[in-house]
Design a protein around this ligand. Structure first.
Ligand code: UTP
Length: 315
């Protein structure tokens, strides 16, 4: 059953909030662009994917896949590149190792990733030239097809100890609004030049309809301090908009430019999520994430933090 509630006007058209009950989640796929060079984390990332950096004992990509599965997204699509094969090996069985530790206490340490292997499907494609996040998302198109999907940048570690994970919160919003949604966070004004920054009309305290987006503005040019972080829900028309997007100054195809066109043609929402986000692509954020996870997860669940997380997922 569908309910329509008017929430605003755009180009003379009334925008509706669509509420539908009794339906399964409409989003099943989650795309992980993971082909970037990770230059901020050299030399660690010279021969190892940034997404495999461990936060305490679990690689970043695993936190991301757990968050996706918690949100009901079990079809995992990963855009990889040269030197990223460890990502595929992580989500596969390791017979020799598993045989070696079977019937020992260490077996439990792998149960979290085993559960992901059992409950998710994993598909991969390679980005041959690293031409930016927008281009990486376009590279994932054959794995996604013509349906709405989530995007997780695994180096942004998002945790919500109080309730639903960030992707779960966004999937619920998508089921109401049925348009692309980006997760945002307030950041100090001096940091805006590291992010895409939005301005828009507040529909609720935590939801904005985007009117402007600027990629990596100088603080004096930024329309706000609301920064886009690495969680998106995208409708599939984004692919043709990315195709029409010219590379920016850095030569990279920015997702922000394609989203701005989508916002002008229809509606893109920005959502101030509940929870914590750590920029694990930078040393500072990575250390903060490690301390946070050690204090809040590992120490409180010393046997296996992954089991504790996944218990919450299956509950
Ligand atoms: P980042 O800019 O944070 O990642 O891109 P990077 O380029 O790997 O890192 P630095 O800045 O050099 O340290 C955000 C996400 O987009 C992916 C990255 O892997 C990361 O998850 N990405 C970026 C691609 O998959 N392909 C690209 O061409 C660029």
């Amino acid at each position: 059953m569908k309910f329509l509630e008017p929430i605003g006007r755009q180009a003379g058209q009334v925008l509706y909030l669509v509420s539908e009950f009794g339906m399964e989640s409409m989003i099943k796929k989650c795309l992980f662009p993971a082909a970037g060079y990770g230059t901020r984390f050299l030399p660690a990332t010279k021969s190892m994917p940034k997404e495999m950096l461990p936060v305490v004992d679990t690689p970043l990509i695993q936190y991301g896949v757990e968050e996706a599965l918690e949100a009901g997204l079990s079809e995992i699509a990963i855009v990889t590149g040269r030197g990223k094969r460890a990502l595929e090996d992580h989500f596969d069985i390791s017979y020799e190792l598993e045989h070696e530790i079977s019937n020992t206490g260490k077996e439990k340490s792998l149960s979290g990733v085993r559960q992901l292997i059992d409950e998710c499907t994993f598909s991969y494609t390679r980005q041959v030239e690293m031409k930016g996040l927008g281009h990486a998302i376009l590279t994932g198109r054959p794995l996604i097809g013509d349906e709405a999907f989530a995007v997780v940048l695994a180096d942004d570690l998002c945790l919500n100890l109080e309730g639903d994970g960030v992707l779960s919160q966004m999937v619920k919003l998508y089921e109401q609004f049925r348009c692309s949604i980006v997760a945002i966070q307030e950041v100090p004004m001096e940091d805006v030049s590291r992010y895409g920054v939005i301005a828009g009309e507040a529909l609720r305290d935590d939801i904005f309809r985007i009117e402007r987006m600027v990629e990596k503005p100088r603080p004096e040019d930024a329309p706000s301090n609301l920064a886009i972080i690495g969680r998106y829900i995208l409708t599939p028309d984004i692919f043709s908009l990315i195709e029409q997007t010219e590379p920016g100054k850095s030569g990279e195809i920015q997702i922000t430019d394609a989203l701005m066109k989508q916002a002008q043609q229809g509606c893109v929402l920005a959502y101030k999520f509940k929870g914590q986000r750590f920029d694990c692509g930078s040393a500072e954020g990575y250390v903060q994430a490690t301390n946070f996870c050690f204090e809040n997860r590992h120490r409180t669940h010393p046997v296996s933090a992954a089991n504790a997380r996944l218990k919450a997922v299956s509950a």
